[in-house]
Write a protein that binds this ligand. Structure first.
Ligand SMILES: Cc1cc2nc3c(=O)[nH]c(=O)nc-3n(C[C@H](O)[C@H](O)[C@H](O)COP(=O)(O)OP(=O)(O)OC[C@H]3O[C@@H](n4cnc5c(N)ncnc54)[C@H](O)[C@@H]3O)c2cc1C
Length: 336
């Protein structure tokens, strides 16, 4: 059994965990981030199909908060983030036609996939990947936490910052929360999401003139991205179709084959003249995709501030909420 000791450990190298790590690099904290997956970024996640990046989690971001917009600047200049679109199309159920979204907005994405940005942030951080925190026990006399992992590593730490989706955080720490804290957390809910990814041959045909279609009036889908339009030199046309929360939840345990057939049919109902030749299709299931109700504060502190629970579910405002939660935690830690 390997034994490690830290002032502070962060559970999760999703965006929130990475933002906290980035803010603490100049501090005197002896800290480490532990991530159960191989990749950085959590739900800001990219896979490769035929050598091309495809975002099968986070689709785009629309900075509203000034601190987030300022943080993005350095990565925009590096070319890791780019303005992807100003307007999407909308599909209406009454006439079954596409029309341009009424308002324009600034939709940002990463030309090499969302994971490329997460990798860049993680580059200078102490992160151990493919290590899952399995349990946590507090010694109230010594004021120390002992964490067990799935890799025969025992970790002792004074503080824990847990950025995992709420349900997974509760699996680890439920026994350490007061009934008032548990009650506040019981009101937080997530949407699930089923994602169909469809790769088409490029041929000599021009790409469709839309980058994204909002189809919230459709019975199965609520969003279609022409993911390949985010890439600088795509070698194939790739669509990412996201099912609406009701359909996703109801059909979550359905087989991959049936779900892909249903999503493909739904795509055809929105894009009847889409005549590209299909090469490959894949499915991704997200049980905890996006929080729909939050805590209304950026983090929860428990056990004399030795345990902090945070992430996008605190403010329920997606990637930007995750950033703001991470920033608030960092400020709190640096001001102690
Ligand atoms: C399909 C989909 C589409 C989306 N579209 C958008 C969009 O268009 N715009 C937008 O702003 N947001 C979107 N989001 C939401 C956005 O991706 C999330 O809000 C954001 O990425 C959450 O980041 P986070 O760090 O808070 O959580 P996460 O990304 O979930 O990070 C938590 C990390 O903790 C790790 N972890 C969990 N348990 C353990 C453990 N026991 N030990 C070690 N590690 C652990 C996980 O592996 C994960 O990496 C979308 C999400 C999905 C799924």
């Amino acid at each position: 059994m390997i034994k490690e000791e830290y002032d502070l450990i962060i559970i999760g190298a999703g965006f929130c965990g990475l933002i906290i790590g980035q803010s603490l690099t100049q501090s005197s904290f002896n800290f480490k981030i532990f991530e159960k997956s191989k990749a950085f970024g959590g739900r800001a996640s990219t896979r490769r199909i035929g050598g091309q990046s495809v975002d099968h989690g986070l689709q785009y971001f629309t900075p509203q908060n000034r601190e987030f917009a300022t943080w993005m600047q350095a990565y925009l200049e590096q070319g890791l983030i780019k303005l992807w679109a100003n307007q999407f199309y909308e599909w209406k159920s009454n006439n079954k036609k596409l029309s341009l979204e009424e308002k324009s907005n600034s939709y940002y994405a990463c030309p090499n996939g969302m994971t490329s940005l997460m990798k860049e942030i993680a580059k200078v951080l102490p992160v151990s990947r493919e290590i899952k925190i399995m349990s946590a026990e507090r010694d109230f006399e010594e004021n120390i936490w002992t964490l067990e992992t799935d890799q025969q590593i025992e970790i002792k730490t004074k503080k824990i910052i847990c950025t995992a989706p709420l349900e997974q955080s509760l699996n680890l720490f439920k026994n350490y929360l007061s009934s008032a804290e548990e009650l506040a957390l019981s009101k937080i809910e997530y949407n699930s999401a089923l994602i169909g990814i469809f790769a088409f041959e490029f041929d000599e045909m021009p790409c469709p003139d839309w980058k994204g279609i909002i189809c919230s009036e459709h019975e199965i889908l609520n969003w279609i991205a022409q993911d390949s339009s985010k890439r600088d030199k795509p070698n194939q046309l790739i669509l990412v179709a996201q099912c609406n929360p009701e359909f996703s939840q109801k059909n979550f345990n359905e087989s991959e084959e049936i779900l892909l057939a249903q999503i493909e049919k739904a795509l055809k109902s929105i894009l009847p003249n889409f005549n590209y030749k299909l090469k490959e299709k894949q499915l991704k299931k997200w049980l905890y995709a996006e929080p729909i109700s939050g805590l209304n504060k950026p983090f929860m502190s428990a056990i004399e501030d030795s345990l902090i629970l945070c992430g996008d579910w605190c403010l329920a405002s997606r990637l930007e909420g995750s950033f703001l939660s991470g920033k608030a935690v960092s400020e709190h830690l640096l001001n102690i």
